[in-house]
Structure formats: structure tokens, C-alpha cells
Design a protein around this ligand. Structure first.
Ligand code: KMH
Ligand code: ZN
Length: 450
């Protein structure tokens, strides 16, 4: 079964004698469906502040018998969000059971070495728009740390929404104030991934334009752009960028963010080629790192030179930070007047040689941000999905795409970057954040620039 990546809920339930309905203390399949209904209700309350209605099961498979005395774990995950519909996938597993084997005592019970999947289903629930409350909801004062009813909550800033993070830990963290919209960036080409690694890598301007359009359709507002020579090797030539930008522009109004990082080893002059196109955005890499077995060199004078050129091109910099020291460089650039606050910072995590893609690291980095900064997370390889989801839960933005990760799931190549964008968008919606359109992303980023 392909599990979605949205908000999840899990119940643990012991089925008793009163649940046994058929001979041999067999539990009625309808009991499992009723537990799926409870999981769906929890998900709807978390998403919409309403119990909603279960409209239909698209599929139900009963895979193994369930008996009284079985401990079942019942999980559900939001797989798709419509305006009013919420599709979910469910699974019930028996974790512990009574062996019913004399001479063992009748009360004997075992933890099964591997859980037995007893039922799977896909279903769709509905919450009418008028009943969807969470975009306007605030938690009670008592639910907030340090808040008391004597001290009313401050009003929500415009564009913010309270969300309760998915209960992935036993102690559910307190609700957090996060921006309502998430800006998704699609890094569709990169400089290092080869056609040999994935045939889905776009190379020609046409392929790049088509891929960008698919990503925007899936929810991306920003296209992080590298280009290639026709033999697939990386290029920072302005004419190649011009062609790729034209192909993207024919199909979408996405924010185009050119790379000034280029490929490892390129000199600054070459890396700055795409700035001739006067792009809307450009990356500014804020420090050197070991980049796998190579070194991605960004000396302090080089960073300042590229910042100057980005400014001269009228482009907005996105500040690529691969480790905590790079945030210190950002602070220095602000002090020197080379960058104006507020800033848009992208944490690039999980590279061999850079900061780890872990929750602790991301939380630390976010805690070090200059106030008022927008931030996003781009994590590489297998870290891309969990760190994207964490960034979305923490109120950040996110970058996905083949530049950073070519797999949809372990061993399964993503057919381009769009499926990765689509998955991030589904997750964002399932935790109550909407996905910024290109127009909204432009407004949010322009406000940052002002
Ligand atoms: N290709 C990496 C060495 C950027 O786009 O600004 C650098 C990179 C960063 O991809
Ligand atoms: Zn890049």
C-alpha cells in the first residue's frame, strides 16, 4: 500500500469479548471500520475543527481474522485534500494477541514478532466549507504555554494561522503560530545529478519549461534553476539561462530563481553568468563546505562580490546556508550593508560535509535566525521528505526536487520533480497550511524585500 504523507493519527485498542460476534470469538469486520471512522474523525477535528462526515470507502480489504483479546493499532493518514473532501488511507494491525494454546493460561498473551495487518482501506470524508473552522481558530489560552485566561492572547498577525502539529510524539507539542501559506520551491535540474542517475532529469530548454510547468501545477511557486549544455554537463552561460527562462515563461509565471552556485569548481565570473538575465531571484551561497568529496568554495570576498552583483542585477537573493557559521556570515553581510533585512534564508541540510538533516539541527538553526527572516529547508536524499514535512510543521517554507533528491520512495525514482512537489503540497494542506500560488509567493517575498 502506498501511504500518503499527510497528517496521521493512530489509536491503540483492545478488542474485548463484547466485540466478538462470530464463532471462535471472531470480531466483526464492521468493528474495524468503526475504528477507522474514529481515526478519520480525529484527523478531521485536527484539520478542520469539525467531526465531518464519512462519505464513502473507495476500497476495503479484510486481510486476516481478528479475535477478542487482540490489541490493534489503527492508523490513518490524509492522502489528498479537496475543497471539502479529505481522502484518507487506513490500516489496522494486530500487535498482541492471546495464543489460545493450552496448557498456557487462558490469560497468556504475546507481543507478535511482526504486527499482522488485518485490514486496509481508502475512504473519503467531507467537511462543508461553512463548517471548516481551523483557519479562524485559535487554541484556548489554557492550551498555550505560559498563557493564562487573565492575559488574553494577542491577536493573530495577518496571514497567520494556529496549527496543532501532528501527534508524532507521545507528548504532543503545544500549538505553534505559523504563517498560513507555504512557498514551495522546485529545484528541477541541479548541477550534479546526471541523466544516468535518473532519466527524468530535464536538460533541454523545452524539457525544463515543461518540468517547471508541471511543478507549478503541483504547487511550486519558485523554480530554482540550473541549466545544462546539450551533453548534460552543467552550464552557467547566460544564453542557456535565457532559453530556459523563456521556455518557463511561455508556460508559467513562476518566480525564477537562478543559481549563482553553479557546479563545484566554477569560478565566480562563470557562476554569475545568469545574472545577465536580470532574474527575479538568485541564490547567494553564504559559506564554503565540503561537498561530498569536493569543496564548494565561497570565500568571504567571493560572497560579497556575488552579493554585489545580485544587487546590481536587481535580483532578490535567497541566502543558502549549509551550516550555522553561514548564518553568522549573513549577519555580517547585514551589518556591512551588503544585504538588507528582512532576509530569505534557505537551510540546505544533509550534504556530506554540511550540517546534518535532523530535527535538532533545524530547530537550532531556526532559533538563530535574524528576526523577521523568511526561511525554508532543502534537505538532500532520503532526508528530503522528513525535513520538508518538519519545516512545514515548524512554519518554514521548503524546497524539493531532483537537484536534491531523485527518489520518491526508497529505490523508486521520482518521475521528475513534480511528484515531490505534489507530495509536499499534500502534506502542507493536511496540516492546515495552504500552498502559496506564484502571485501570493511574489507578494510575500516582495514584502520581505521592502
Ligand atoms: N551545485 C552546488 C555546488 C546554488 O544553486 O546556489 C551549488 C548549488 C547552490 O547548487
Ligand atoms: Zn542549486
Amino acid at each position: 500500500m502506498t501511504w500518503g504523507t499527510g497528517l496521521r493519527a493512530t489509536l491503540h485498542v483492545r478488542l474485548g469479548f463484547h466485540d466478538a460476534h462470530y464463532a471462535g470469538e471472531l470480531v466483526d469486520g464492521a468493528k474495524i471500520l468503526s475504528l477507522f471512522g474514529d481515526v478519520a474523525t480525529e484527523l478531521l477535528i485536527r484539520l478542520d475543527g469539525d467531526e465531518g462526515l464519512f462519505r464513502a470507502y473507495e476500497s476495503v480489504e479484510f486481510l486476516a481474522p481478528v479475535h477478542s483479546g487482540d490489541f490493534v493499532e489503527v492508523s490513518g493518514v490524509v492522502t489528498r485534500m479537496g475543497t471539502t473532501s479529505r481522502q484518507m488511507a487506513f490500516e489496522a494491525r494486530v500487535l498482541m494477541r492471546n495464543p489460545r494454546t493450552p496448557p498456557l493460561a487462558p490469560s497468556a498473551a504475546d507481543v507478535l514478532p511482526t504486527p499482522v495487518v488485518v485490514c486496509r482501506a481508502i475512504g473519503t470524508c467531507v467537511v462543508p466549507v461553512a463548517l471548516q473552522r481551523n483557519h479562524h481558530l485559535r487554541p484556548t489560552a489554557a492550551a498555550l504555554p505560559g498563557a493564562s485566561l487573565l492575559h488574553p492572547l494577542p491577536p493573530l498577525p495577518a496571514g497567520a494561522v494556529w496549527i496543532t502539529p501532528a501527534p508524532t510524539t507521545l507528548v504532543t507539542p503545544p500549538p505553534a503560530l505559523v504563517p498560513c501559506e507555504v512557498i514551495l520551491t522546485a529545484a528541477i535540474v541541479g548541477a550534479e545529478i546526471t541523466k544516468k542517475q535518473t532519466p527524468y532529469l530535464p536538460i533541454t530548454p523545452e524539457e525544463i519549461g515543461q518540468e517547471a510547468a508541471l511543478c507549478v501545477e503541483a504547487g511550486a511557486a519558485v523554480i530554482h534553476l540550473h541549466v545544462r549544455n546539450l551533453d548534460g554537463s552543467p552550464s552557467q552561460a547566460a544564453e542557456h539561462f535565457r532559453e530556459a527562462i523563456a521556455a518557463i515563461r511561455q508556460r508559467t509565471d513562476a518566480i525564477i530563481q537562478v543559481s549563482t552556485g553553479g557546479a563545484v569548481g566554477m569560478p565566480v565570473e562563470e557562476r554569475c553568468g545568469p545574472l545577465e538575465c536580470r532574474p527575479e531571484m538568485a541564490t547567494l551561497n553564504c559559506g564554503s563546505i565540503n561537498f561530498g568529496n569536493d569543496i564548494f568554495i565561497n570565500t568571504r570576498p567571493q560572497i560579497r562580490e556575488i552579493a554585489r552583483r545580485i544587487h546590481a542585477a536587481g535580483s532578490q537573493p535567497e541566502l543558502e546556508c549549509y551550516d550555522s557559521g553561514h548564518l553568522e556570515e549573513v549577519r555580517a553581510l547585514v551589518r556591512e550593508g551588503a544585504l538588507a533585512e528582512p532576509l530569505h534564508i534557505q537551510f540546505v541540510l544533509g550534504l556530506a560535509g554540511g550540517a546534518a538533516a535532523t530535527e535538532a539541527v533545524l530547530r537550532f538553526l531556526v532559533g538563530q535566525l535574524p528576526s523577521g527572516s523568511l526561511w525554508g529547508c532543502a534537505a538532500v536524499g532520503k532526508h528530503q521528505q522528513p525535513m520538508t514535512e518538519l519545516a512545514i510543521k515548524l512554519g518554514g517554507h521548503a524546497r524539493v526536487g531532483l537537484e536534491d533528491n531523485i527518489y520518491l520512495t526508497k529505490g523508486v525514482l521520482s518521475q521528475g520533480s513534480a511528484p515531490l512537489v505534489e507530495r509536499a503540497a499534500t502534506y502542507a494542506r493536511s496540516v492546515g497550511r495552504s500552498v502559496a500560488s506564484t502571485a501570493r509567493a511574489r507578494e510575500i517575498l516582495t514584502r520581505v524585500r521592502a
